[in-house]
Structures are given as C-alpha cells and as structure tokens.
Design a protein around this ligand. Structure first.
Ligand code: GLN
Length: 305
C-alpha cells in the first residue's frame, strides 16, 4: 500500500478542482439539506493501512449502499435459497424502475435495485424477531462497534414521498413475492436506507468483503468465502444500476453507490475505499465520487482486472 497516501492527496486535489456537473438528489426532501460541497475519502486495507482526506469523519445518508448490508444479513441466514426470490442479473435500468417486474413476474433482477432490496427487507422481517435492532447490531458489529444508527428525519422524509417504492412493493406483492404487509416492509426498507455513516465507518464496515467474508474486527466468519466472492461479483455487475458497465470499465472494482452521494469500492484481498460527494450524475451516482475512483485506480494501477 506504499504511496497510496500520496495518490489519494493528488487525486483528491485534482477532483476537488473539477467543476461539479452533478445535482444533489431532491426527490427525498431531507437530502437537499446537505452541504453540496462536502467531499471526503477514506481507504482502509487488510494490512491495516488507513488514510483519509477531506470530510471523511462526517456522517451522511448511505441510502442504497445499505442494500449490500441487508443482503449480507439475509444471505448469511438463508444461504443460496435466497436466489429463488430474486435474480443475479444486471438490470440495465434505473434503481427505481418498475418495467422489468411485469415480464419477470415479480422476481427482481438483482438485490441492488430498489425492487430487490424491498424483497430482502421482506425476507429479514420473516426471519428475524426484532429485525430493526438485529440489522443495526449486524452493521455495528461489522463496523467494529461504531455508533451507527438510522436517521428518523431521513426515513420520515422519504416515507412522505416514497410513491415509487410503494408501487414497487405492492406490484411485487401482487405476484406473491412479498410475504408480509407491504406497509411494514416499506417501513423497514426506508429505515435501512436512512442509515448514516461516515467514510471511515463505511470503509471499516465493508472490510469483511475484502477479507473472504471474515469480519476483521472480531474474526467472525460472516459469509462463507464463496458467498463473499458472490457479493463482490454482484457489486461488480449490479452496484451502479445502468452505469455498472461504465464503473467496471473505468474503475475496475466491485462497488456500490447511494443517492446520498457515497460510493464504496472493494478490492478483494486488499482494501476498501469510500468516497462521499453529494452531487449526483444523471444515473444517480456521485459525480465526483466516480471521477475520484477512476483516477485513483488508474494512478495506483490496482484493479481486479
Ligand atoms: N432510498 C432510496 C430510494 O429508495 C435509495 C435509492 C438509491 O440510493 N439509489 O429511492
């Protein structure tokens, strides 16, 4: 990991100076209250190299990045049987699209689009007694005991306008692929999306996916080696919706974005890097985050390809 601090410094300065052509997500009213100039980066490695720059200690709304964490918990409980409820194909459509569900008869293409994550929320409700707290404890443990929580403000804000997600959940239910009451499923889905974490917390939390499924903070095997590989494969192919191909092409790492402007990228066996910059490109991914990661993997010449 030698020289990574210098590369982060250089690329950070370069990307900070770029004119940000993105826009802060406005469909969740509360997200508009964030300072659009925030920019943070944090890298943590298996070999315990750690380096941050900018606003990397500040918490932000991780939104869809949480879909990796909810899938990890459901996958650890149910194993491969989970794939009878959802697919593993890139959708090639936006994160909140309804289009394919009709032809696919209520089976979402993958767990990282909203439809898929809604099914995962349903699975967690069916399998856990105190699901809200159990999910939170799962994430806190992965982070090494950091004070991570839902944001009531963000969840309430999204609940007040979440019409597309309500439509998605009811549509899937009509095909029989939601077991619980849609309002309970959506309530949990919005809470999961509202998790707030900093770049440090996210990098530390995702380290198990760079470590063969083992939580490096307590040596617990969270996912099997094969499941961990599959999570990375899914992030590689589906982590950026209809920009997943572009991310693989330009960055070359498994990753996941959220409309809060965060992106987490994993280099299996090596490191996790998190970037946060709130303004999004047209596909709903952080404009500067994408630029930073492209330049970072180019400069470091480390990618999985
Ligand atoms: N909570 C957001 C939604 O459901 C998550 C979307 C995202 O981050 N891409 O629309």
């Amino acid at each position: 990991m030698e020289g990574f601090d210098r590369i982060i410094e250089e690329v950070f300065a370069e990307v900070k100076a770029i004119n940000d052509l993105g826009e802060v997500a406005s469909y969740i009213p509360e997200l508009l209250n964030v300072d659009a100039q925030k920019f943070g980066v944090y890298l943590t490695s298996i070999s315990e190299f750690k380096y941050g720059k900018g606003n990397f200690t500040e918490k932000f709304s991780i939104q869809s990045i949480s879909k990796v964490l909810s899938l990890s918990l459901a996958y650890s409980i149910l194993g491969e049987s989970i794939w009878s409820r959802l697919g593993v194909e890139p959708s090639g459509t936006s994160y909140n699209s309804l289009i394919q569900l009709e032809t696919d008869r209520g089976i979402p293409r993958n767990p990282f689009i909203n439809a898929g994550a809604i099914v995962i929320s349903d699975i967690l409700i069916s399998n856990l007694k105190d699901y809200k707290n159990e999910f939170l404890n799962f994430v806190r443990k992965l982070s090494g005991g950091k004070p991570i929580d839902y944001s009531n403000k963000i969840a309430t804000s999204e609940r007040s306008v979440g019409y597309r997600n309500v439509a998605l959940c009811n549509f899937i239910k009509s095909f029989g692929n939601i077991e619980n009451d849609p309002s309970e499923v959506l309530d949990f889905y919005f809470d999961i999306c509202s998790l707030e974490m900093s770049c440090i917390e996210l990098s530390e939390t995702f380290l198990f996916l760079a470590n063969n499924g083992i939580n490096p903070h307590n040596n617990e095997q969270v996912l099997t080696k094969s499941q961990s590989k599959r999570m990375n494969a899914l992030m590689q192919t589906c982590g950026f919706y209809d920009e997943s191909g572009e991310f693989a092409f330009k960055v070359g790492l498994p990753g996941k974005s959220g409309v809060g402007g965060g992106i987490v990228a994993v280099h299996p066996g090596h490191y996790v890097i998190t970037v946060w910059s709130p303004k999004l490109n047209r596909k709903g991914n952080s404009f500067k985050g994408m630029q930073f990661l492209e330049k970072f993997t180019t400069e470091s010449t480390l990618s999985i390809f």
